[in-house]
Design a protein around this ligand. Sequence first.
Ligand SMILES: [Mn+2]
Length: 305
Amino acid sequence: MDEKNITAKTHETAPVKNFIGLEEEYATLKKSKAVILQVPYDKTTTYIKGTGNGPAAVIDASRYMERYDDELNQETFKIGIHTAEPLSVEDLSSEEMIAKVYTSLAELLKSNKFPVMLGGEHSVSIGAVKAFKETYPNLSVLQLDAHYDMRDEFFGSKYNHGCVARRISEICPIVQVGVRSLSKEEKDFLTAQGNSGRIKTFDVYDILETPMWKDKVSNALSENVYITIDLDVFDPCIAPAVGTPEPGGIGWYEVLDLLREVAKDKKIVGFDVVELCPIKGQVASDFLAAKLLYRLLGYVFSAKK
Ligand SMILES: [Mn+2]
């Protein structure tokens, strides 16, 4: 048998439904503290298409991941992680998709679940933040991203993925980390805003120059924090499968250090991982996304807190 056949065979097993291939014992909605909501939406991406395949790729990659967390020395899956059926959003307008995400998350929050959302393009986060803001009035959003996403409108839409941070900033305060690409219009907007407290930005240069940047980020957040992670915040050498890659991103351990710090100082109420745009045969980014999701859940539910 040649190598090609072996690869094909190992990767053609039936797709798993549950994150990490969890048995029902740890995956029923009733018993689970965390619920993974897949939102395979890909309408307004501007460069490489394919973020609609992101959620399935993360679930698929997750089955090859160890269930034991070696950093936290715990078996995080025992909190129960339910993987909900993907939302059918493919044919919806941005407004309809945002409304659907909002409704789904509001329901999960009402039943005291800890929601984790998998995109899809970044605009999926708008409906999520709306729902969290209603449950947690004192909410702020931590955005990890290569892009500022502060455009008021892009390609004729206010809900384009390039406008997501601007829309979020209209709902609650937002703290941006790792950003390194913006338009003149966004720059002018942010300059006009000044240090209003509504939008705080830690770009890659701040990170490089400020030894205590993680504390500063954490201090800029309110008590209840929703985290939105655009995978393009990472350097493309470790996460190349994104719709709009940008050189000079931050590393795995830097992101983990920040998330660990925020989980220690604040109450993380939910998070999303978005903009995975799977590349066939190159699964490192899919696996990174799965591991990131699991590690962050681990920080949130860590026994050591
Ligand atoms: Mn981005």
